[in-house]
Each structure stands twice: as C-alpha cells, then as structure tokens.
Ligand binder design. Structure first.
Ligand SMILES: NCc1[nH]cc(CCC(=O)O)c1CC(=O)O
Length: 329
C-alpha cells in the first residue's frame, strides 16, 4: 500500500489530531524531534500541516541529576522513564529518543516502533587549551600527562584509561553546550562527546580528535534516533514502521541484543558497534571492560544481517563468559 494511503487512515479512523510527540527539552533532543517530524511529513502529505503535531517537552530524571555518573543514579533508563510514563498515561502518542539512552528492555506496553538513519556513530574528544596538536596516528597523544578528562560514561573512561593509565577522569554532565563550556572554562583538560550530537548541533568543529570505532568502541545505538509508542497503538506502529531505516534497524538490533546479553550491572563498561559491509554482511564489535581500564576485552563477529539479533546475543554471551565474573555481579 502506498505510504500516503497508510497515513491517510489516521484521520479517517477518527484519531484526533494533533498527534502529540514527547521529547526531552535539550537542544539536541528538540533537533532530533524536528528531524523526525520532517521525515514523517515528507512521507505523509496528510500530516503536512501546522496542526498535525504538538511537541510536549518532558523533563527526565537524567536531565535533573547533573552531578553524578549515570551508573550511580540508575543508568540509561533515567532519560526515558518519565517519557514512558507520559506514553502510558496517554499524555503523548509517540516519543523521540537517542537510542543509546533507551534501555534494552522497555516497560510493558511500550514498543520501539522505528529507528532513523544513523548519524556518525563515533566518539570525539573536545580539547581544552592545554592540549597538544592532534596526531591522527596517536589519537590520545595530544592529552597532557596526568590530565583530568571530563566524562560521566564508564565506557569512555575504561577505554581511555586502558590506553592512557596516567590520565584521570572526572564527572561532567549536562547537555552538549554545557559540557563544551566547562572544557572551555578549563575545568577539564578535555572531554568526550558523541560526534553525532556535535554534527546535529552544527558544532562539528569542536571535535578536536575523532576516534574511530576500533580505538573507542561506541555505545550501542549511538547516533541513532529511535521512536517509541504504545504497543497497543497498531495504527501508529504501522505508520512509524513505514519510515524505518533498514540499515539502522539491522545494526541497532545487533547492538541492542549484545547489550541485553551483557547487561549485568549498569556500572559495567560496555561498547557495541555494528556496521553493514559492502557485501551486505553485518560486522559487530563488542567490548567489556573494568571502569579503571585494567581489564578490557574486545571481540568482533561477521554474519548475515538477517541474523543481527542472534549475532549480538551470541557475541554478548561470549564476552560475558570470557570476562571476570565480578564484572556482572
Ligand atoms: N547520553 C547523552 C547523549 N545521548 C545521545 C547523545 C548524542 C547523540 C547520539 O549518540 O545519538 C548524547 C551526548 C553524548 O554522548 O555526547
């Protein structure tokens, strides 16, 4: 059925417009929400009017608590909890998330309806004034000995400390603009940000060093926007699945299955990154480490994209079996 016909069913079924979209209020979250709306309206002319959508900004616990590592306050679910509640309470009809902030096991009644095309999945280092000139052959070489790097992510912390045990990490939180400001103010020698967020904010020039996915394994879902809605809302699920990006769906299935198989404690540094090869096969890298970088295990597999979830589960189980048991206590 042509997409327009599918979407034309929305008002015909008597669903009241506007459709209410839930989003966090950060500049990146709002950008991603408007990006999603521009895609859905391109596919669906019937929704191309000013009254079709209404943005509802929802503050999450992750936005409110700014001084602690995510692992210490309950992990990634914190950016989504209040948004799930708004969906279940029917205050919104669907919601836009950074997929890497969305827990693998969603609450009963909430479904991941679709994923949008991936922006760059890599991490970047934002360099403060005391850093040297970046050398592509030695991505961490420009960081001064003993420097304090701002990050609230145990995944990034473990990988940089593994490569540079002389460095130290301090907690930096807040949205992209806040974190850039704190590096500029000299509170930290440098910090990490997802390149996807910098690009979407037009701040790519702030990326002093771009780390390839081998040097710094990204988080599962990094750079991908995911849309949730109520599992019982068959009509909206159908509409949203029509705009799914197939490549993003395959890589995110692999990465999220890996994460789910490894998920022991939210304090465990875990990386997961999949990409589609020119042959159409799927290449998946997974990483488990200790937060201090003293242990780091990284493995890759290649298989059929159609088996994305199974590949992720198998790699996750293998990494778990070959890591010290206390990492998953
Ligand atoms: N946890 C915060 C968060 N969630 C998504 C992004 C960036 C965009 C993305 O990865 O899709 C960021 C900021 C960052 O990690 O630098």
């Amino acid at each position: 059925m042509p997409l327009d016909d599918t979407f034309a069913k929305v008002p015909r079924h008597g669903r009241a417009l506007p459709l209410r979209v839930g989003t966090r209020g950060s500049p990146l979250a709002l950008w991603q929400t408007r990006h999603f709306l521009s895609i859905i309206t391109r596919f669906c002319p019937v929704l191309r009017n000013a009254e079709a959508f209404e943005e509802r900004v929802i503050a999450t616990s992750g936005d409110r608590i700014q001084d602690r590592a995510l692992a210490d306050i309950g992990g990634k679910g914190l950016f989504a909890k209040e948004i799930h509640e708004a969906l279940l309470d029917r205050r919104v009809d669907f919601a836009v998330h950074s997929l890497k902030d969305l827990e693998t096991e969603l609450p009963a009644g909430i479904s991941l309806a679709c994923t949008l095309a991936r922006e760059d999945a890599r991490d970047a280092i934002v360099l403060g004034a005391g850093c040297g000139v970046p050398d592509p052959a030695d991505p961490y070489g420009c960081l001064p000995a003993g420097a304090v790097i701002g990050t609230a992510s145990v995944r990034r912390q473990s990988q940089i400390l593994h490569a540079r045990p002389d460095l130290r990490c301090g907690i930096i939180r807040g949205n992209i603009q806040t974190r850039l400001g704190r590096v500029r103010a000299g509170e930290f020698a440098a910090s990490f940000l997802a390149l996807a967020g910098l690009k979407r904010m037009g701040l790519e020039r702030e990326a002093g060093v771009v780390l390839d996915a081998e040097a710094m394994v990204p988080a599962a879902g990094q750079g991908i926007v995911g849309i949730t809605c109520r599992s019982a809302d068959a009509e909206l699920l159908e509409l949203l699945s029509a705009i799914e990006d197939r490549a993003a769906a395959a890589v995110s299935r692999a990465e999220r299955a890996l994460l789910a198989a490894l998920d022991g404690s939210c304090r465990t540094p875990i990386g997961g990154h999949a990409r589609l090869l020119p042959t159409g096969a799927l290449h998946l890298t997974g990483l488990v480490a200790r937060p201090d970088g003293s242990f780091l295990l990284k493995r890759s597999v290649t298989g059929e994209a159609a088996d994305a979830a199974r590949l992720g589960t198998a790699l996750g189980e293998e990494l778990r079996a070959d890591s010290p048991a206390d990492l998953f206590a």
